[in-house]
Design a protein around this ligand. Sequence first.
Ligand code: PLP
Length: 371
Amino acid sequence: MSHFFYQDKPIETPALILNEQKMKQNLKRVMGVQEKNNVKVRPHFKTHKSISIAKLQLTMGACGITVATVTEGELLLENGIDDILVAFPLTDSNKIKRLFKWTKIARVIFTVDSMEQSELMMNEAKKWGLNPEVWIKVNSGLNRCGVEPNNEVLELAKFIKKENVLNLTGIYTHAGHSYAAKTKEEIRQIAKEEALSVLNSVDLCEKEGISLPNRSVGSTPTFEAAATYSGITEVRPGNAVFFDAIQVGLGVAKADEVALTVLSTVVSRKSNRLIIDAGSKALTTEKGAHGNEVVKGYGRSLVDGEFFITRVSEEHGIIDSTEINNIQLNEKLQIIPNHACPVVNLYDFYYVQRENGQIERWLVDGRGKSQ
Ligand SMILES: Cc1ncc(COP(=O)(O)O)c(C=O)c1O
């Protein structure tokens, strides 16, 4: 296994290694839906939490960025990114106020998923004399946030229009339950339901004279299929910038397309197991969200079938196998994490293998920005 150097010194492990060429290839695939399906792309910041990568996504054609938290939003706005969707229902008046401040110089789209929460937003907006832009969140089957498609969307849309405080311009959903799909056909079916939950609700609202010009969908397993439905205007993949072992297990990406790995060191060798310095604080204990069953263990080798991490404690990763005695003490192993998004949030830096062969260090700027 190759060694990695940064400024002529070996990189200390565990460390995040990001392959720029593979990341750009993944971004080209993501941006491909713009041309193929004439939809915009608004990637989710939660995966990479990097200002440099967000700016690269915008340079490659993204229309804006999606965030999950107010502190992520502030970080992007402070760094000149001026079109963000806050894909989380805000209820804290202080948080709402902090983002309202930016609406004078940037496009900040807020999201609502009940009359009660819309009312909170309206009360804050009235205090500040603002008409903030909002999109309705619709539940397409994940059963997390969101009003139900059709009648509940219409009721909420009518309520918002009647009050005439919030500027309702769109609707969005996230089919995260696609992560529990067992087959590609099941993923395609979920993508269809995702798109139709939005499009049918839009039709109903339009019949009542309410237009919702922005119709946004997307998870990494579903965005390519959901983008093909006429009337969808935007997709929001997050994980697709890197991919990970879960996406490989789902058949969404191949192992050699995964751009992000964790570099670790073999620290102990026993007859039937290897111990590496990447445990749950380097790889997480994630086996996949929403009932996903496609991964074994807590991370896997870059090379298909070579090994996977069978057990983790905080600083130790254990590979229980008798077929790995060719791997030496102190050898470096590159691990594909099960779920890239929470793994990134454990590190201060990416070590980026640039296309020119150099290794650079990029900050995980949004690390810990969870509020
Ligand atoms: C609202 C919303 N949109 C988009 C995404 C991106 O999903 P993925 O990482 O599967 O592409 C997420 C991820 O959790 C999300 O919660």
